[in-house]
Design a protein around this ligand. Structure first.
Ligand SMILES: *Cc1c(COP(=O)(O)O)cnc(C)c1O
Length: 460
């Protein structure tokens, strides 16, 4: 059969959706959904709102896949972008440097832990992870430890979807189909605070769940290049939150055993959890720090992998030694993206910004009381500007809804009718709005989300 087949019902009366249906392939979308659930055709966005072609308005509850920090259509970000555009849109980044990249590298290294002194630029979160993995591997080769070539990652961990990143992915949905070609890495059970096997609470425990990590690190020390984690919040795994003491234990163990640590702060960096970066906020010094998503406040793709001078030093040498890092992306350190990133940092670092954000985080925490009254609420958890409601069929036993029932997806559809754009992760509904959201809007989001849950589950 050739051609796209008959158009879905949702597209029959909409010429734009019909054109989309003929040639576009959307990310992470079951194709059968196109039959039943029309895509939103968004024409413009401003502040926390998205506006579609039919005059509809939606609050962007998940910050456009967690990238938008300061609100859409931000005048100062647009000004920074156009000012740079007047000078230069893009140049390659080998043999050339430019002011926006130099400034951004200076600022990122100044704002992150002292050990991080070097910045390698790329253009998305997955590549920032690939780069950390590759530098770690090459570092061990060049320092006489070529046997160190396995990575340790957490169950439910997510670090992007290219093949290297999938090799450290602890979510079967994303990796299963590609398993046969992935690297032979080590998966470890990580924190699972809602269903803690020790029966402890995340705000008072001592990360007893570190034990399996401790054992794996001890058992495979000589083979391990690095451990990769999403600090404090496992995002795509369902906004699973865990306490910083786990990271403290990890850092101590890795330091002792001479294993690199890779902090993937692609989702949690830039104040999402309350601290500018999780590592800096908790006195932690990873070997690598991966940043992307919020770095341009959702304006342009950009990523950075930071590391320390001792790592950089292992790549010094004459040409003939071939120990430099042979890795490049066409759009590395794109000047437009770097200029917007610099302005994003200026806005985030303005006096009073983090205090106002802390108040909004407090509203995020308090608003959860409404959600805890829902009979399907297993837990409302919150860290900084991330709130997450995990829904269960049976509250006593925390019995999950079967995935096939698509509870989260149906709530997403119900929430659209209430002018909220949120896309739950399985049975976890989460709230990760742009920081421009007001306290009143936070309360409204939570009320509407609770009502959307009732719309769907109240009828069953
Ligand atoms: C989104 C995400 C990535 C991947 O970033 P992309 O830009 O989508 O490639 C990697 N790690 C974490 C923790 C993420 O949340």
């Amino acid at each position: 059969m050739t051609g796209p087949g008959p158009p879905p019902a949702s597209a029959i009366n909409d010429p734009d959706l019909l054109r989309d249906f003929q040639h576009v392939w959307h990310p992470c979308t079951p194709l059968s959904d196109l039959e039943n659930y029309p895509l939103l055709n968004i024409e413009r966005a401003d502040g926390v709102y998205l506006y579609d072609k039919n005059g509809g308005r939606y609050l962007d509850v998940i910050a456009s896949w967690w990238v938008n920090l300061l609100g859409h259509n931000h005048p100062r970000l647009k000004a920074a972008l156009t000012a740079q555009l007047e000078k230069m849109a893009h140049v390659m980044f080998a043999g050339i440097t430019h002011e926006p990249a130099i400034e951004l590298a200076e600022r990122l290294t100044a704002l992150t832990p002292d050990n991080l002194t070097r910045v390698f630029f790329s253009d998305n979160g997955s590549t920032s992870v690939e780069i950390a993995l590759k530098i770690s591997l090459q570092y061990w080769q060049q320092t006489g430890r070529p046997e160190k070539k396995r990575f340790v990652y957490l169950k439910d961990g997510y670090h992007g979807e290219t093949l290297g990143a999938l090799s450290v992915c602890g979510l079967p949905l994303f990796r299963e189909k590609f398993d046969p070609v992935l690297m032979d890495n080590l998966e470890v059970a990580g924190p699972d605070c809602l269903r803690c096997p020790f029966g402890l609470k995340r705000d008072s425990c001592n990360a007893e769940c570190f034990q399996p990590m401790q054992e794996t690190l001890a058992q495979h020390t000589e083979a391990i290049a690095a451990v990769i984690v999403e600090p404090l919040v496992q995002g795509a795994g369902g906004m699973k939150m865990y306490p910083p003491v786990y990271l403290k234990k990890l850092e101590a163990a890795c330091r002792e055993l001479k294993i690199h640590t890779i902090y993937d702060e692609v989702a949690v960096g830039f104040y999402r959890t309350g601290s500018r970066f999780v590592c800096a906020g908790h006195g932690l010094s990873p070997t690598f720090l991966c940043l992307s998503k919020g770095i341009t406040s959702g304006t342009l793709p950009l990523a950075a992998t930071l590391t320390e001078e001792a790592v950089y030093d292992a790549f010094k040498g004459e040409f003939q030694q071939f120990n430099w890092f042979v890795h490049s992306h066409s759009y590395s350190a794109n000047p437009l993206a770097c200029a917007v990133a610099n302005e994003t940092l200026t806005l985030l670092e303005e006096p009073g910004f983090s205090e106002v954000l802390a108040q909004k985080a407090e509203t995020m925490r308090r608003a959860g009381a409404v959600l805890e009254e829902l009979p399907w609420c297993a837990e409302y958890r919150q860290t900084g500007m991330i709130g997450a409601l995990e829904l269960v069929r049976d509250r006593e036993n925390l019995t999950p809804f079967p995935l096939e029932r698509r509870v989260g997806f149906r709530i997403y559809q119900a929430a659209l009718k209430r002018e909220l754009f949120l896309r739950p992760l399985g049975n976890v509904m989460y709230f990760m709005p742009p920081y421009a959201v007001t306290d009143e809007e936070i309360k409204w989001i939570i009320e509407q989300a609770a009502a959307a849950v009732e719309d769907v589950l109240g009828k069953e």
